[in-house]
Design a protein around this ligand. Structure first.
Ligand SMILES: [Zn+2]
Ligand SMILES: [Zn+2]
Length: 296
């Protein structure tokens, strides 16, 4: 697995590359535009060209964007719904210009709608986005499953992909903190294997395009979305080591969205912890043979 971080684009979008390089990123997640506003930002051609040039030199691959936080692709409010669709289209266009893989987006919340009504609205929204963009993918992120948040179960993610006939530009991103809060116990090799087996049976591992690597301050099945530094939360280093060495991990980019050990966001230390776990190899292999493990 390649490791990257969600990095600030403050000042100029191409400065994200310098920030990513400074902390040791191998891939990169950014916002295109302001995540707390609906306003679309068109980046100047010179900024885009410089971003692409620096990115190639830094060998950051892939580059993804995260959509605006405001987005709700199921919103029962028609005006809000339309703004969500327009915002996602702008993000896909933006990341396509930058040469990125796709936009990772939260799906939204049912806000009192039944699952069937909400799912139909999400599917219709995604249809419009996919029909009005080209190039970059739309990558749906799992949720912690709080209240009406959509995507807390693999069945919900699968139902949405199915409604879009498994569109080739549609994929899934699994956030480890959200998985854990939603009730998937990924603290052990067995737990990680079981979770990804369940995912494979419902969604299919071939649709998994990225992971968000966040430890969880909140407990198993708490449905609370509280990111923690890698190894400092309830998932723990053992769970991450198991995930990094699962057979699916090799082709996936993993992005940290951790608070940082100095609480100032993406940092070198979180990435170094992950790189160390990657170097260590799969859990249980290095220090114990099969026989001694069985004897214990
Ligand atoms: Zn995430
Ligand atoms: Zn989160």
């Amino acid at each position: 697995m390649k490791f990257g971080a969600h990095v600030s684009i403050s000042g100029h979008i191409h400065l994200a590359i310098d920030r990513a390089v400074a902390i040791g990123c191998e891939c990169l997640q950014i916002f295109v535009g302001n995540p707390r506003q609906w306003r679309h930002i068109e980046y100047a051609a010179a900024d885009v060209a410089l971003f692409r040039e620096k990115r190639a030199r830094a060998c950051l691959d892939p580059v993804v964007a995260h959509s605006a936080y405001l987005i709700n692709l199921a919103s029962p409010d028609d005006a809000f719904y339309a703004r969500s669709v327009a915002s996602l289209i702008a993000s896909v266009d933006g990341v396509s210009r930058l040469g990125g893989l796709g936009v990772i987006t939260h799906i939204g919340s049912r806000m009192g709608l039944s699952w069937e009504e909400a799912a139909a609205r999400v599917a219709a929204a995604l249809r419009v986005v996919l029909d009005n963009t080209e190039g970059a993918m739309v990558i749906l992120e799992n949720s912690a499953g709080a209240g009406g948040a959509i995507g807390g179960t693999f069945e919900e993610l699968a139902a949405i992909l199915d409604a879009l006939e498994w569109h080739p530009r549609l994929g899934v991103c699994l956030d480890t903190a959200h998985l854990f809060a939603a009730g998937f116990d990924i603290r052990t090799v067995e737990g990680v294997a079981r979770t990804l087996r369940t995912f494979d049976r419902t969604v299919g591992l071939r649709h998994l395009r990225a992971v968000h690597l966040n430890d969880s301050k909140a407990g198993l099945s708490s449905h609370l979305d509280r990111h923690e530094n890698i190894g400092a939360g309830q998932i723990g280093a053992k769970g991450f080591r198991a995930l990094l060495h699962h057979r699916v991990a090799e082709r996936l980019p993993g992005f940290i969205e951790t608070p940082g050990f100095d609480r100032r966001g993406a940092d070198r230390k979180n990435l170094e912890i992950l790189k160390r776990l990657r170097r260590l190899g799969p859990p249980g292999v290095r220090f114990t043979s099969k026989r001694t493990r069985r004897a214990r």
